[in-house]
Design a protein around this ligand. Structure first.
Ligand SMILES: Cc1cc2nc3c(=O)[nH]c(=O)nc-3n(C[C@H](O)[C@H](O)[C@H](O)COP(=O)(O)OP(=O)(O)OC[C@H]3O[C@@H](n4cnc5c(N)ncnc54)[C@H](O)[C@@H]3O)c2cc1C
Length: 388
């Protein structure tokens, strides 16, 4: 027999934040449906995620241990320009976006998760929220959660939106099977969180689970991120893919034009320690520019924003995913016991918003400080990839 539901929630965006919202809201007896813009597989965007307490808490609630989705590291190493390393002990757990996605998605097998659903309009009428999607599909519920990321349509529809602002540097990224790496390179990187920094750039690297969540040696992947200062005026050109498509916030694997691939290889050889330059040369590079999205309101009439839709933190805090999961858990606590026959628990929602915005601002400041210390997005650091 179906369980009675207190209210119906529409979740917009089916990535980490959206899935976490689905779990948290189901736990307070909401009926949940998730609407995701991607038309097909969600795995292409997979990249490394540093395990954080909020992620571990949700996994534990779902009956999993963090270790079951993570590669364990035992130390950190700083490389100098010649590749000589300085090491110290620092145990840490690393996962990947696609591994975490699977872990959160599989327990929701029976829940409505509609792909190819791009939110176009939101309408609130009394206790009903209607979401309209670009294919003409309409969904009705009592509360809407915007977990639709940096370019959030929900945010634009619910509030005046200033939009994300480019932070002055991009992340070139790679995620390659360890089996594609030469033995000496793998020996240097495995089990370690590796860093390199020089003016206007920083690179970091660690191993994550394989494409199907494999944790055993030989089946994992090497994840790397190379932050590089790039002038604002050069970003639009870098966001045009090989196919001619213009991307807003992310250039996926396979879309870097040949001349950009050649320039990246050249720059890597000119400025990275030899092992890291070799790693870049062996990878299918993709690009994620860094954007700031100032937090404003998270709560609107019968709706709330969570995760990147509500505001971003710089990636150096490695906390974007955990922030999204923490937002979702707190939102469910604020809505616990509410039914559409009652007025919204505005005091609890306002309190949730105030606490989350406060935390977000503190994290944003830490992220900014870490970036500035590495001369990322500042005038003090060199710039690269100038227009040709
Ligand atoms: C270079 C870089 C490195 C990072 N490294 C880390 C890290 O190590 N650890 C970490 O925790 N975080 C990291 N982050 C941050 C992390 O990627 C985000 O904070 C996190 O993914 C936010 O999750 P989310 O669910 O809120 O949004 P997203 O993951 O962006 O998901 C939004 C979802 O909404 C969908 N969507 C968008 N528009 C619509 C629409 N109109 N209708 C329906 N669906 C829609 C999208 O397709 C997507 O699936 C990094 C970020 C950058 C830029």
């Amino acid at each position: 027999m179906p369980k009675p539901h207190d209210f119906t929630a529409l979740v917009i965006g089916g990535s980490a934040g959206g899935l976490a919202a689905a779990h948290a809201l189901r736990a307070i007896k909401a009926e949940v449906a998730v609407y995701e813009r991607s038309a097909g597989t969600m795995s292409a965007r997979g990249a490394g995620i540093v395990m954080q307490p909020e992620v571990e808490t949700l996994l534990n609630h779902l009956g999993m241990r963090a270790q079951s989705v993570c590669v364990e590291l035992h130390e950190r190493q700083q490389l100098d320009a010649h590749g000589k390393s300085t090491r110290y002990r620092a145990p840490q757990l690393m996962t990947a976006w696609d591994t975490l996605y699977r872990a959160l998605r599989e327990p929701l097998a029976g829940v409505c998760y509609r792909l190819d659903s791009t939110l176009r309009r939101v309408h609130v009428d009394g206790h009903d929220v209607t979401a309209e999607f670009s294919d003409g599909y309409t969904a009705r519920g009592n509360f809407l959660v915007g977990a639709d990321g940096l370019g959030s349509a929900t945010r634009k529809l619910l509030a005046s939106d200033t939009g994300p602002v480019y932070a002055g540097y991009v992340a070139w990224r790679g995620l390659e099977p360890e089996s594609h790496m030469p033995a000496d390179l793998l020996k240097l990187l495995a089990g370690r969180f590796t860093f390199f920094a020089s003016s206007g750039m920083q690179m970091l690297c660690y191993l994550v689970p394989g494409a199907n969540g494999e944790l055993e040696e030989g089946a994992r992947r090497v994840n790397w991120v190379w932050y590089v200062n790039v002038a604002d005026s050069n970003l639009p050109k870098l966001l045009i893919g090989r196919s001619g498509k213009r991307y807003a916030h992310f250039l996926p694997p396979g879309e870097l034009p040949t001349d950009t691939v050649e320039r990246i290889a050249h720059q890597a050889n000119a400025s990275l320690p030899p092992p890291l330059a070799a790693l870049v040369g062996l990878s299918e590079v993709f690009m994620q520019p860094v954007f700031d999205l100032a937090p404003r309101r998270m709560v609107a009439d019968h709706a709330a924003l969570i995760g990147d839709a509500a505001g971003t933190v710089r990636p150096h805090t490695a906390s974007g995913t955990s922030k999204a999961l923490g937002d979702a858990a707190g939102l469910a606590t604020a809505l616990q016991g509410w039914t559409p026959k009652q007025p919204l628990p505005t005091a609890a929602l306002d309190d949730w918003e105030a606490r989350r915005l406060d935390g977000l601002l503190r994290l944003s400041e830490i992220g900014l400080e870490l970036a500035e210390r590495s001369t990322l997005g500042t005038q003090a650091g060199n710039r690269y990839f100038e227009a040709q």
